[in-house]
Design a protein around this ligand. Structure first.
Ligand code: FE2
Ligand code: FE2
Length: 306
């Protein structure tokens, strides 16, 4: 897509963005992160005369701990996501207003997960800070995705984050953590709905190009947390625990949006659109097969354990 075409599309989508922003502001509840943190459990660390951190101080399971850390470090990289979105969507009008509003909402997520983990001693604070520094210095580079690819990616990504926070909360075994992560998930859900609307409008304006974007983003989806140190190891641990795995990614993230957009029912597509739809069907089939293999191997490994 040329720069001229991108500008034209941004303009064509502006009314949808404006409308979606108004709806978002009407449904987004103002919530206060400090009300979700059990401050009474907090105490000083060693340099202030308290006890140093040690792993046994929190009852969180290793998988819940890893999921919380991974979610937090992913949220921490917000400056990069903001820069990416601002470059793609621009600073003007409803697009610019959305990017800033979205950034303000996202900022709460890292703040209160960090507060929770530090107050409850659920994570090693020194390692967390080293990992945060490394994550932000690595930054997130979407590879200058074209506009439609960026919109489709963030729709999937917001839903992935909603599911991941929600499942992490359920896995924590602590009602305080569950309440906090359910609250964050509700933000992510509204973000997903915003982008879902934008992609829906794009499908009407430029169906073939939008289908191409959906096919490419399903095939090449990479979690923004992939720049977190030790991501592969942490992601495996989270998948083994059933908090976020390929089955969940296919069933609860990719398919609900593909179904919502009714991409397999669209008519009158050109040759490019039909090809994109075939590629999408192939990518979905491949993802489903990988998910089935993963679940099978996990069950075998669990059965083999004494
Ligand atoms: Fe978030
Ligand atoms: Fe979000």
């Amino acid at each position: 897509m040329t720069a001229f075409e991108t500008r034209a599309l941004l303009k064509q989508l502006e009314a949808t963005v404006e409308d979606s922003l108004v709806r978002h502001l009407a449904s987004a509840e103002d919530w206060l992160p400090h009300e979700y943190v059990p401050w009474g459990e907090g105490r000083n660390f060693a340099t202030l005369g308290g006890e140093p951190w040690s792993a046994g101080q929190s009852p969180l399971s290793p998988a819940a701990r890893t999921a919380l850390e991974l979610n937090l470090l992913t949220e921490d990289n917000l400056p990069s996501y903001h820069a990416e979105l601002r470059n793609t969507f621009g600073r003007q009008g409803a697009w610019g207003a959305w990017v800033n509003r979205w950034t303000a909402e996202e900022g709460r997520h890292a703040a209160c997960i960090r507060d929770y983990l530090l107050v409850t001693r659920g994570t090693d604070p020194e390692r967390l800070e080293r990992d945060r520094m490394a994550t932000l210095q690595a930054g997130w580079d979407s590879g200058d995705k074209p506009l439609l690819h960026a919109c489709v990616y963030v729709a999937f990504q917001e839903l992935a984050t909603r599911v991941s926070h929600r499942n992490t909360g359920r896995h924590c075994g602590d009602p305080v953590a569950e309440r906090l992560l359910a609250r964050i998930s509700m933000d992510e859900n509204l973000h997903m709905i915003f982008y879902r609307n934008v992609v829906q409008a794009a499908l009407e304006i430029a169906p073939s190009q939008t289908l191409r974007a959906i096919a490419d983003e399903v095939a090449g989806f990479v979690m923004p947390g992939s720049v977190v140190p030790g991501f592969a190891r942490r992601a495996v641990q989270v998948a083994q625990a059933g908090i976020y795995d390929l089955r969940i990614h296919h069933d609860d993230v990719i398919m609900p949006l593909v179904r919502h957009w009714r991409v397999f029912e669209a008519e009158g597509l050109g040759a490019g659109g039909e090809r994109a739809r075939e590629d999408l069907a192939a990518a979905l089939g491949a993802l489903d097969a990988r998910a089935a293999r993963f679940v099978e191997r996990r069950a075998e490994a669990q059965a083999a354990r004494p």
